[in-house]
Design a protein around this ligand. Structure first.
Ligand code: AHG
Ligand code: MN
Ligand code: MN
Length: 338
């Protein structure tokens, strides 16, 4: 039997393909790996440990924080801070970015943005959730204060991005801009093994994923595209199947493996949809493009949006290239705004 490659080995092997790499990025992956294992452990005893349910407070976006949101936020933050690997972090769960001001952190050139638990309303009902992360080089000088601009960079500036899916197995999927690879966690020994090498989006897909409860509030172009997915056309395999979990990571991961489109459009009263550009859409878009798919806000590349605030939202249409192109055409012809 061929020897399996662990995530740690893989990251180090890749590091050696870049002469001059200092290993800092590899160590950041080490910290993310550790925090992922802690979150995995808590999620997997969600029913018996005191981790289910609301923490009793709201985050900056007015959303009810779950106990696991708070737990995961702390674990990722402390794992990254404790090793002096990053100088700052911005989280969906915090009002503002945090600066790690220990001397060992101040010299670091990286910042991290994170959605500690994506799909957290699904924890209590035993449905897959995830973690999404994104790594940038700071734009401010090393050893000086960390500034907002370090975080407000377009997605094209990402150095690495990934997600962990806590599903029927736990997997970590990431890119450093040279393809996408997936690793499956073996909980019996606490190791992630390379299981999905060079993941690529099928060009076509037969799945559309959207919260159709919002249908009547969607822009005309989105409504027409959904009807297109549902119409019969034997030549193009339509009608497509509708699949919606309500955890972006889980919906995205399924579509990456099987082919499909995930949509979170604008809807009445929410001109920028629901999903957050920095913590959710940019990392997912980086992975998507590296896997040969398209990530669009309905008009253009997600990765080219210049963010203007930390918790900014954007509509998202992401997945198999042919499907996203068709969705964009519908929006161009019938309107993408509500
Ligand atoms: P989070 O738990 O980080 O706030 O994210 C939830 C997001 C995303 O995972 C999912 O795609 C979407 O919310 C589901 O929203 P609806 O319930 O409106 O469909
Ligand atoms: Mn989320
Ligand atoms: Mn979240």
């Amino acid at each position: 039997m061929k020897d399996l490659v662990t995530l740690g080995e893989f990251v180090i092997q890749k590091q050696h393909e870049y002469p001059g790499a200092t290993g800092e990025l590899s160590q950041i992956f080490g910290a993310i790996r550790l925090a992922s294992k802690l979150v995995h452990r808590e999620i997997n005893k969600a029913g018996i440990a005191d981790i289910v349910g609301s923490a009793g407070n709201e985050n900056v976006q007015g959303e009810d924080q779950q106990k696991l949101d708070v737990y995961a936020n702390e674990k990722f933050k402390s794992a990254l801070a404790a090793r002096g690997l990053v100088c700052g972090l911005a989280s969906e769960e915090d009002d503002d970015f945090v600066e790690f001001d220990q001397p060992m952190n101040k010299g670091s050139k990286y910042v991290v943005l994170i959605d500690p638990v994506d799909g957290s309303s699904n924890i209590d009902v035993n449905v897959s959730v995830g973690t999404i992360f994104s790594i940038y080089r700071r734009v401010s000088p090393a050893n000086g204060p960390v500034i907002l601009e370090d975080f407000l960079q377009p997605g094209t500036a990402q150095v690495a991005a990934g997600y962990i899916i806590f599903g029927s197995s736990t997997m970590l999927v990431y890119t450093t801009g040279n393809g996408v690879n997936g690793f499956t966690f073996d909980p019996s020994i606490g190791v992630f093994y390379l299981s999905h090498q060079n993941l690529t989006f099928p060009k076509k897909g037969r799945i559309y994923s959207v919260n159709e409860g919002n249908y009547v509030h969607f822009p005309a172009g989105v409504k027409k595209f959904i009807k297109y997915c549902q119409e019969r056309d034997d030549a193009s395999d339509r009608p497509y199947s509708s699949r919606y979990i309500g955890s972006l990571v889980a919906d995205f991961h399924r579509n990456l493996l099987k082919g499909g489109i995930f949509m979170y459009p604008s809807f009445a009263g929410h001109p920028k949809g629901k999903l957050r550009l920095l913590y959710e859409c940019n990392p997912i878009a980086f992975i998507t493009e590296q896997a040969g798919g398209i990530a669009s806000d309905g008009k253009g590349r997600i990765l080219e949006i210049q963010p203007s605030e930390l918790h900014e939202r954007t509509p998202l249409f992401v997945g198999s290239s042919e499907l996203v192109k068709v969705a964009e055409e519908f929006m161009e012809n019938h309107g993408s705004e509500i």
